[in-house]
Design a binder for this molecule. Structure first.
Ligand SMILES: Cc1cc2nc3c(=O)[nH]c(=O)nc-3n(C[C@H](O)[C@H](O)[C@H](O)COP(=O)(O)O)c2cc1C
Length: 274
């Protein structure tokens, strides 16, 4: 059975689907014909849904990307450039969280949005681990502080990780500089065989991060925890990444205490026009 389902009463044979297919596996044989998959094309289909999304006549469906599941783009929701710039520039790393748990439903919603991030060849192999218990998250921070302490003991200069002494000193003073008292932690991971695994999960986390403020939530990339996770067995054991998921990154999540009123400047881009 072909993957494509063409409604011939709606199709205008204009070839949008043919031209947009990233794998060039859709053809229209002649003027009288309708779009069809080239023989053997099924095995190369990315199930990306471009053929459905690009048809202006609602004529295309796909057995794995059904037309009914592809909601229409609402023109009134399209943002303009000024809105896009402010939206992107106003994203901030959150390092101070309210003592308030995050509703499971909200986290689910965030992950639902994050799964629309692109993945190389549309593989969609990213998995999510959600730790939604403040004490568990604090325990991870403690294990990372243990890792920092062990590093310091081994190499008091710890020049490779200049922030290491600070993590230990903060922890000893009762402050969690690793996970900032976040009530939740999300770890995105991808399997070893996913050649673009790190990029794929990073994009998914970026989507999640960008969506979070619209739900009143804030995030911060947990780079210190990631550092500890690379080499500290007690933390690896406690987090328990899926087997063979060599690509991974953690992100803090919670209700932010702070509000922001200005858009900080960044370094000018370094562009070489060739
Ligand atoms: C990969 C990555 C890892 C990060 N790790 C940490 C971290 O462990 N702790 C922290 O407080 N901030 C962390 N950050 C946040 C950066 O410090 C922050 O993005 C940068 O200072 C710019 O601030 P902004 O995100 O508010 O624009 C991380 C950011 C990235 C992209």
């Amino acid at each position: 059975m072909s993957l494509l389902i063409v409604d011939e009463s709606k199709c205008k044979q204009d070839g949008f689907c043919v031209r947009d297919c990233p794998r060039a596996i859709i053809r229209i044989k002649d003027k009288e014909s309708y779009p069809e998959m080239v023989p053997g094309g099924e095995q190369f289909c990315l199930t990306c849904g471009h053929c459905v999304a690009v048809c202006p006549h609602d004529a295309m469906s796909h057995t794995k990307v059904p037309f009914e599941d592809c909601s229409p783009i609402q023109k009134e929701l399209v943002i303009n450039e000024t809105q896009a710039v402010q939206f992107l520039r106003s994203r901030r790393s959150i390092r101070s969280f309210k003592d308030q748990p995050v509703e499971k439903e909200k986290i689910k919603e965030l992950v639902e949005i994050a799964r629309y991030a692109p993945t190389a060849s549309n593989t969609q192999l990213v998995k999510w681990m959600v730790f939604n218990d403040k004490d568990t998250v604090r325990e991870f921070a403690k294990l990372a502080a243990d890792w920092a302490r062990a590093l310091l003991e081994k190499d008091p200069q710890s020049a490779k990780f200049p922030y290491v002494p600070g993590i230990v000193a903060a922890w000893d003073a009762g402050y969690d500089a690793v996970l900032r008292g976040a009530p939740a932690l999300i770890v995105a991971s991808a399997p070893k065989e996913d050649l673009n695994g790190t990029v794929n999960l990073t994009l998914a986390l970026s989507y999640l991060e960008l969506a979070a403020p619209s739900m009143g939530l804030g995030t911060c990339w947990a780079g210190i925890l990631k550092g500890a996770l690379l080499s500290w067995p007690p933390l690896q054991k406690a987090i328990g990444l899926p087997e063979d998921h060599t690509h991974h990154y953690p992100m803090m999540l919670g209700y932010p205490k702070a509000k922001y009123f200005r858009l900080p400047q960044r370094k000018p881009p370094k562009i070489t026009w060739k």
